[in-house]
Design a protein around this ligand. Structure first.
Ligand code: PBG
Length: 337
């Protein structure tokens, strides 16, 4: 060793850079990989036909009528994306105090599911049962006397979940964080003969500022009175999140979700380690928008950060990611466009 340098002999025996020296070594030692099989694509559905309506706060993301969404979902399936997650933007006149439209068998979300099942049978359909797209106050549950009532909300979302399964949903994903919902949905699905319909629990959903653009997308931001702190988890609490996920595991969840994603990678890791169930991160609207907005200003390399963030979810123990970038990522991985 050249004694004129300050690096000591021990370092000389342990040079980390030997494994990083060429593309081939780097490929050989790569620990985690992002593939198209890791992607779930969330989409927004609006009533009508022929509609592709850009969402201002989410550049590149559109609200689509069912017919247009069918075309988009076909493209996603052709790219190899395993599943979609659907969110409806319900007409204002159909929203009310209890979110009663969630219990209409052929409501927008169920129409979309039936259409996708028919036209694109090989893609998985994940539906949310939270009431926020259906309520006049933008909350995820039934509001009585200023309180989101837990047990009555659970009864309603179980009925909504069964209707979603009847329409063809493959996985029910409850995002409203009511206590006892996973067990109740499991029993409801089983009683209705839907033993094969799975449950992806939004097990740890944090009360987050990152949901802003989503609320614009489904037009709940102007409606929401107060905040969701009485049912979502505080961003300050990790141990409480693990405990909440443990209850969902006991109650029969098949898969767990962490939401939002990138600021909560510690939770992804803890939950994967604790339970070993498939864990998914939701890279939410605000995360997407941050990357897009900075890239549109030329301040960051948007494509690079899109790929980097998704790979980091894998490193943090996630089995997959819900991402508005899913189609872009699938094309990039397939080297299309
Ligand atoms: C509510 C719901 C939210 C999202 C999906 N369903 C959060 C909220 O509005 O409070 C957020 C998704 C996103 O930001 O991309 N049940």
């Amino acid at each position: 060793m050249d004694k004129t340098h300050l690096v000591d002999e021990i370092t000389g025996h342990r040079r980390m850079r030997r494994n990083r020296k060429a593309d081939w070594t780097r490929r050989l030692v790569q620990e985690n990989r992002l593939t198209v099989d890791d992607l779930i694509w969330p989409i927004f559905i609006v009533p009508g036909t022929g509609i592709v309506d850009p969402i201002a706060a989410m550049p590149g993301v559109n609200r689509m009528s069912v017919d247009k969404a069918v075309e988009a979902v076909k493209e996603a399936a052709d790219l190899g994306i395993p599943a979609i997650a659907t969110f409806p933007d319900i007409e204002m006149e159909l929203r009310d105090e209890t979110g009663s439209n969630s219990l209409v068998a052929n409501n927008l979300i169920n129409q979309a599911t039936a259409a996708f099942k028919k036209a694109v049978p090989n893609i998985g359909i994940i539906t949310d049962v939270a009431l926020d797209p259906f309520t006049s106050h933008g909350h995820d549950g039934i509001l009585r006397g200023g309180v989101i009532v837990n047990d009555e909300t659970v009864d309603q979302i179980v009925r909504a979940a069964v209707m979603q399964a009847d329409a063809g949903a493959d996985i029910i994903a409850p995002s409203e964080m009511m206590d006892g919902r996973i067990g109740a949905i499991r029993r409801g699905l089983d009683a209705a003969g839907h033993q094969d319909v799975g449950i992806m629990s939004y097990a740890t959903k944090f009360s987050s500022g990152f949901y802003g653009p989503y609320r614009e997308a489904i037009n709940t931001s102007g409606l929401l009175k107060g905040d969701k702190n009485s049912y979502y988890i505080s961003p300050a609490n990790g141990t409480e999140a693990v405990r909440d996920a443990a209850l969902d595991v006991e109650e029969g969840a098949d898969m767990l979700m962490v939401k939002p994603g990138i600021a909560y990678l510690d939770i992804c890791w803890r939950i994967k380690e604790a339970f070993g169930l498939p864990v998914f991160a939701y890279q939410v609207s605000g995360e997407y928008t941050q990357i897009k907005a900075a890239a549109m200003n030329g301040w960051i390399d948007g494509d690079r950060i899109m790929m980097e963030t998704l790979l980091c979810f894998k490193r943090a123990g996630c089995d997959g990611i819900l991402s508005y970038f899913a189609v872009d990522v699938a094309k990039k991985l397939a080297k299309i466009g």
